[in-house]
Ligand binder design. Sequence first.
Ligand code: FES
Length: 653
Amino acid sequence: TKDHMVVFTPSGKRGHFATGTPILTAARKLGVDLDSVCGGRGICSKCQIQPSFGEFSKHGLTSSDTALSDWNSVEQRYKDKRGLINGRRLGCQATVQGDIVIDVPPESQVHRQVVRKAASARVMIMDPAVRTYYVEVAEPDMHTPTGDLERLGTALKEQWDIDGITAGMSVLRKLQPVLRKGKWTCTVTLHKGHQDTEHRILDIAPGYDETRLFGLAIDLGSTTIAAHLTDLRTGEVAASSGIMNPQIRFGEDLMSRVSYSMMNPGGDVEMTTSVRMALNALTNTLSAEAEIQPNQIMEAVFVCNPVMHHLLLGIDPVELGQAPFALATSKSLSLHAGDLELSCMNPAARIFILPCIAGHVGADAAAVALSEAPDQQDELTLIVDVGTNAELLLGNKTKVLACSSPTGPAFEGAQISSGQRAAPGAIERIEINTTTKEPRFQVIGSDIWSDEAGFDAAIATTGVTGICGSGIIEAVAEMRMAGLLDSKGLIGSPAQTGTARCILEGRTHSYVIYDGTADDGPMITVTQTDIRAIQLAKSALYAGARLLMDEMGTDTVERVVLAGAFGAHISPKHAMVLGMIPDVPLDKVTSAGNAAGTGARIALCSVAARAAIEVTVRKIIKVETAIEPKFQEHFVNANAIPHATDPFTILRS
Ligand code: FES
C-alpha cells in the first residue's frame, strides 16, 4: 500500500503511514498527545480530531475526500447518538487515505495544558496520578486456568502497555461480578504515584464507565482550611470552599497548639480528631456544591505547615516545639484515605502530602516553591506567603533560602475585633479620603463601592459582616496615609484627626469604617488593639524577610511576590505602606493569591510536578528564625508603620 504524509498540529509531529492506518495509531507511533480512555473502541470520544488541510493546500492538495476514510459504522453510530461537532472525527476510527494535516484540539490531549491564573501565568500540564482505562478482558478458560485479576493484568498490558497492577480486598471482592456484568469489559481506575513501581487498582466498573473523577487540593492552614475540588481529567476546579480550622480553640497559633499537646495528655489526639472531622465536613460541602457523589473523589493532596502536618497524621507535634525541631519525616507521603479517617470520599481514595523542608518550614512552603518557582527566576525574588505562620522564600536560579515566621492570625482576620475569614460580606477593599477622612469599601461578593448608587442593593444578599485579612491590611495602611494613625501606630482623637469617625472606646480610639445602618448589621471598626496585632504580624513578616536577606548577603531584593490563603489578593501598595515587605519599586511587587493552594493543585494534577518538587525541596536552604537573635532585632526595628521610609514616597513612585 501507498505511504502518506501525516502531520499533526499543534505539535508539528509528522510521519509516513500506510493507507488504512487509524489516526490514533499514527498519533501513538509519533508520540502525539491524543487521548483515549476506551482504547480505540469508539466509545469514549476522547480521541476527537479535526482534519485540516492548510499546510498541504499550499502544495496543491485541495480535497479532503481522499485523505481520510469515510465514516465507518462505529463512528457513524457514535455520531448519531452523541453528535460530533464541526466536522470532527474519532481518531480511533478515521483512517489515513491520503496526505493529511490533523489538528488535535486541546480537549483531546491527555496532557492538556491548564493555564493558571497565577501572577507568573505559567501553564500546568495534566498528568494526574489517578486515571481510568477501558479494557476488554479475556474470558476464563478451563484449559489455561488463570485468575480474573491476572487476565485483567494481561489485558492492561496488551491494550494500554501498563505493567504491574495490584488490587486490595475491596477491588478483589467486586472483580468477578463486575467482569461478568460488563460481559468481560470494564473501566478500571488506576493510581500510580511518582515513586510507585506498580499501578494500584482503586476501583472497577462494568463496561465503559463515564463517571467523572475528582481530586481535592487542600491547603491546611493554622487558621483557615481552603480546598479546591478539581476534575482530574481537565484540571478544572468544580468547587472551592474554606472553613476555619477548628483547632483554633486549642490555641491560636502553632506554638500554643504544641503547648496544648504538651500540657494535656491526649491533647494531640483531640486536635487530630477535630481537624479530620472538619475535613470531612468540608469535603461534603464541596461534593454538594459540585453535585457529585463522595465516591467520585479519588485523591486528596495536602499542603500544610509541620505542626498541622503532624496533627493531621496523628503524630504528637511535641518535638516541633523545641530545638532542634525534628520532624517525624520530611519526605512526601502517599497514604490511603482511611489512614487519615477521611470518610467522605471514595474508600479507596489516595492521599498525597507534599514534602516538608524542615522543622519550621513545611509542605506549604514546598507548595509555594512549586507554584512560584523561585529557583527558576533570574531576579532575586522574595516570596511571602502570608498566614498565621508565614512562609518566606528568597532566591533565584543560583540558590533559594526559606524560613517561616510566626506572624499570628491577624492577617487572616482572626484576633481582629471585626475580623473574619474571607467570605461573602467581608470587607476586602478600602479607601480613605485623605481630606474628608471618609472611607469607601467593597465587600466580597460585590464589585460596587459603598459610596456608589446601588450599594444597598448590592449587599442585600451578603450584608456587611466583617473585615477579612486583605481588608485589614488595606484599612491600616489607608488609615496611616490619611493621617488617622501615627508612625508608632497610635490612632488619633477626633480633635487630632478632624473626624468624628475616630471614637473613644475605653482609653484608646477606634476608627469606624461602617456603622451598620445600610444592612442593619454590626458596626465595623478598627480598634487600637487591632492595629497592635497587625503591627506584631507585619514586624514578624518583615523580620523574617530581613533575616533571609542577611543570610543571602544582600540588603535589596529585585522582586516581591505576595501570596496568602485568604480569598482576595493582597494589595502591593498597601503591603508596602504598612511595611510588610522590604522596599522595592511598586511595579516589582505582584500578588499571587493562594500560592500554597495553587501548589497543591499543581501536585494534584501532575505526578511529574510531585517528583520535581521532591528534588527542589532538598536544595532549598532553610533558615531557622526561632533561634536567631537577629530576628528579634529586626522585629523590634520593624514596628513602625512603615518600617523605615515615609509612606508617601511609595505613593509618589
Ligand atoms: Fe475512545 Fe476513540 S479512543 S472513542
